[in-house]
Design a protein around this ligand. Structure first.
Ligand SMILES: [Zn+2]
Ligand SMILES: [Zn+2]
Length: 791
């Protein structure tokens, strides 16, 4: 069964009651969540019930070895995540035998987070789980809980492989939420190619957060990258310090005017943190970052258009130390103690902090506790928290940048206004075509069903390693094939041919000494995370995905941790370590790359206007070759430094469109309205279409990449590719193919409705362009799409 209803509608109760009932009758329960934080939170909720029969325990990467033994033998309510199930619990199923025998209920919480490649992996892990249960004679009920989703039963069936019933009617009482769509103004600053630059969503979020903290409104600010979380917290704290200093200074400091000054001061450079959006979290739909401690920074980085988060850097004067969380705060503000005690003990600024995946477990727990206790009033977070902590009693939610899906938007907005209270939610647009489109088209958000959960369990890159893992758990037989779906027989043949599995009369066997589970990288991070270590002290600051290490912690990169700035001395890919040194450079860094795409196979195609639309397999090769240093305040380029990093190859799926030369004749022959730069037009259309695809494909801009060219060697035509940024594909490009007309029409509309003259980040510039946003032709892109789109 799947329950798909809004945040705080009582889903936990709906699975806790049957879970408790099963346990009273001698059964056991397995609870799965994408994040450690949510498991910890659920454990607290369970303990509050004071039911001594429930012996509940979390089982994750932080669980000490001695506790693990106790849990395997005694716990009857185990809270864990798909990563642990995959790497530890299923491979060592024999030591859990008594647990399996009694297993009656599997709760899959926050299952809308299981989408794309990650979701496809989880689908296979659940199939392995079903097989292990069968071996021990149990046939548990699967109870899935999800945010509202279109066709939840269909998605749940793809996820579990089982027939599913759905519950979607939400009768829980709620207060009303005031929802604001907020577009930051254009500034006088000029960015790439002289484009006007909007005030950044992070700068606006920081100001709003400070405003709300002053009003004692408990607020969560969701931002899209680690660095943006740090920046928002830092800027809000700085704003609050300014206000407090003025207030303390005496009668001339009027709070209102003081705050206006701060507003100016809070402006961020166009090349500073603004360009950081992007990264954070495996996707707006919440791929959930905490469970593995590795998944936070996107695999999305494989895209040709570079992720921006390497561009970060704070003005040198922002070097406020990160708060020392190990020191108990004195005089923290507590709710109910008489309103905003503005000038009480303890600084206002200390009521604001940043939270993100990649922090070490102790730091995270400290922050969660402070927010729950009310010691913190404002918290800036990546969507690591989106699936996590049950933070009740929030009054407002700021969402800096479209979170990727309507489901995520409602999930995040739903954090505010629990217990029937009214609430405030603000979506702050980033300088980005999708965000621009949405704040100008509220009908794209309100009154629309949420997205279908897109996943593809038949992706051979996903299926094959899980077949190996399954064979290592219990040798595979013909009878098992059905559970793994129609792609399984061919995948098994291939594994036998590659010598990974051995076929015998009784079935398929894993005979290697290696751990089969190591073959599947379920968060799609492309390898072990790179540890970021301070060279002088050996202190571990955090981790970065292997796939994003090339762009974010290459030698010379500026790296930010808890408000401190570091410069990377050396990136050792083999050792998986980046050594950094604290520094205060007045520049940020921005990696550049060279990308090549080859068409391997067009599996579907159809005429599209005068051109053609294709969906198929491609091979993308990308190499980070250099990085730019840009002065933080002015954006001035200080220089380009070469890098020596290996190329990365991605075999994936793409949607692409072509236009024949004769269709382009009217564009290139000067017919009075000016000729267009075909390459620049295609490039601009590509950028904007990458920006808009998430509206149709339940993905994140950072999950996909693109390549455009006036003449591609494989097609012989003007071609624009948009591809899934994951080996084997994730279903996003396929959705683009299926909904191409709506997708590209919205793309044209987003470009045309931007008020800039020649292109800006709100329409055709991409924050992750590996070509430095050159060349781009805004008017040409509109004309090109007019030629392409079927009439
Ligand atoms: Zn624009
Ligand atoms: Zn580009």
């Amino acid at each position: 069964m799947i329950i798909a209803t809004g945040t705080a509608s009582g889903k936990s109760l709906a699975y806790l009651l049957p879970a408790a009932t099963e346990i009273f009758q001698g059964g056991s329960v397995l609870y799965l969540t994408p994040t450690k934080a949510l498991a910890a939170d659920q454990l607290r909720a369970l303990r509050r019930l004071h039911l001594t029969q429930i012996r509940a325990a979390t089982f994750d990467g932080d669980t000490p070895a001695e506790e693990r033994r106790w849990i395997r033998q005694n716990a009857n309510y185990v809270l864990t995540n798909p990563d642990m199930l995959h790497r530890s619990i299923l491979p060592r199923h024999a030591s859990w035998s008594s647990f399996w025998r009694r297993l009656r209920l599997v709760v899959v919480d926050e299952c809308h987070g299981y989408r794309g490649v990650f979701g496809s992996h989880v689908a296979q892990i659940l199939r392995r789980l079903r097989r292990v249960c069968a071996k021990y004679g149990s046939r548990p009920v699967f109870l899935l809980a999800s945010a509202t989703a279109s066709d939840p039963a269909v998605a749940a069936m793809r996820l579990t492989g089982l027939e599913m019933a759905e519950v979607t009617r939400d009768a829980s009482p709620r207060g009303s939420t005031t929802f604001a769509l907020w577009e930051p103004p254009l500034t006088d600053l000029r960015g790439e190619g002289g484009a006007p630059v909007r005030r950044t969503a992070t700068a606006e979020a920081a100001d709003l957060l400070a405003d709300l903290v002053i009003e004692d409104v408990r607020t969560l600010a969701f931002v899209r990258s680690r660095r943006a979380a740090e920046t928002v917290a830092l800027t809000a704290r700085r704003n609050l310090d300014e206000v407090e200093d003025l207030l303390r200074a005496g009668p001339h400091g009027q709070p209102a005017s003081a705050f206006e000054d701060v507003d100016e001061y809070g402006e961020l450079s166009p090349y500073g943190p603004a360009h950081l959006h992007g990264h954070g979290g495996r996707g707006g739909g919440g791929r959930g970052d905490l469970a593995s401690d590795v998944g936070a920074d996107a695999a999305a980085d494989v895209a040709a258009d570079l992720p921006a988060d390497m561009a970060a850097g704070l003005p040198a004067d922002v070097g406020v130390d990160g708060r020392d969380l190990s020191r108990p705060e004195e005089g923290g503000h507590h709710p109910g103690d008489g309103g905003p005690d503005l000038l009480g003990p303890g600084r206002l600024a200390d009521r604001v902090a940043a939270y993100r995946a990649g922090y070490l477990a102790d730091d995270r727990r400290m922050l969660e506790k402070a927010l729950r206790s009310g010691e913190l009033t404002g918290l800036a977070t990546t969507n690591a928290l989106e699936l996590g902590v049950d933070v009740s009693g929030l009054d407002a939610v700021l969402i800096a940048g479209w979170p990727g899906t309507r489901a995520s938007l409602w999930q995040q907005a739903g954090r505010a206004g629990r217990a029937g209270q009214d609430a405030l939610a603000v979506l702050i647009a980033r300088d980005d075509p999708l965000d621009t489109y949405i704040v100008h088209h509220p009908e794209a958000v309100f009154g629309q069903p949420v997205e279908t959960i897109v996943l593809d369990p038949d992706n051979p890159y996903v299926l094959a390693p899980h077949l190996c893992a399954a064979a290592a758990e219990i040798p595979l037989t013909e009878d098992d094939l059905e559970i793994f779906g129609p792609a399984a027989p061919a995948a098994l043949d291939d594994l036998v041919e590659r010598g990974l599995l051995r076929k015998r009369a009784s079935g398929w066997f894993w005979t290697s000494k290696e751990r089969a589970a190591d073959l599947a990288d379920i968060r799609g991070t492309g390898g072990a995370p790179v540890q970021v270590v301070e060279a002088s002290t050996g202190r571990l600051l955090g981790t970065v995905d292997e796939s994003s290490a090339h762009t974010s912690v290459h030698a010379g990169a500026v790296y930010l941790h808890q408000g401190e700035t570091f410069v990377v001395d050396v990136l050792d890919l083999e050792a998986g370590v980046a050594l950094v040194t604290a520094a205060s450079p007045d520049y940020s860094t921005f990696a550049r790359d060279v990308t090549d795409i080859r068409v391997m196979e067009s599996s579907r195609s159809r005429p599209f206007g005068p051109g053609e639309l294709h969906f198929g397999s491609v091979e993308v090769t990308r190499q980070v070759v250099s990085y730019l240093k840009r002065r933080t305040q002015s954006g001035e380029i200080l220089g380009e430094e070469p890098l020596d990093l290996p190329p990365r190859t991605l075999c994936t799926r793409a949607v692409w469109w072509t236009l024949p030369a004769d269709a382009l004749v009217p564009l290139v022959s000067d017919s009075g309205d000016g000729t267009v730069d075909l390459g620049g037009s295609a490039h601009a259309a590509e950028h904007a279409s990458i920006g808009l695809l998430p509206l149709f494909a339940t993905c994140d801009r950072w999950d996909i990449g693109g390549v455009s060219t006036e003449l591609h060697p494989d097609t012989g035509l003007l071609t624009v590719f948009v591809y899934d940024g994951h080996d084997g594909g994730a279903g996003f490009a396929e959705r683009g193919y299926a909904r191409a007309t709506e997708w590209l029409t919205a793309t044209r509309e987003a470009i045309a409705s931007c008020e800039c003259e020649r292109g800006c980040p709100s329409c055709i510039q991409s924050p992750k362009c590996g070509n430095g946003n050159e060349p781009l032709d805004k008017a040409g892109a509109i004309r090109l799409l007019d030629v392409l789109l079927p009439r």
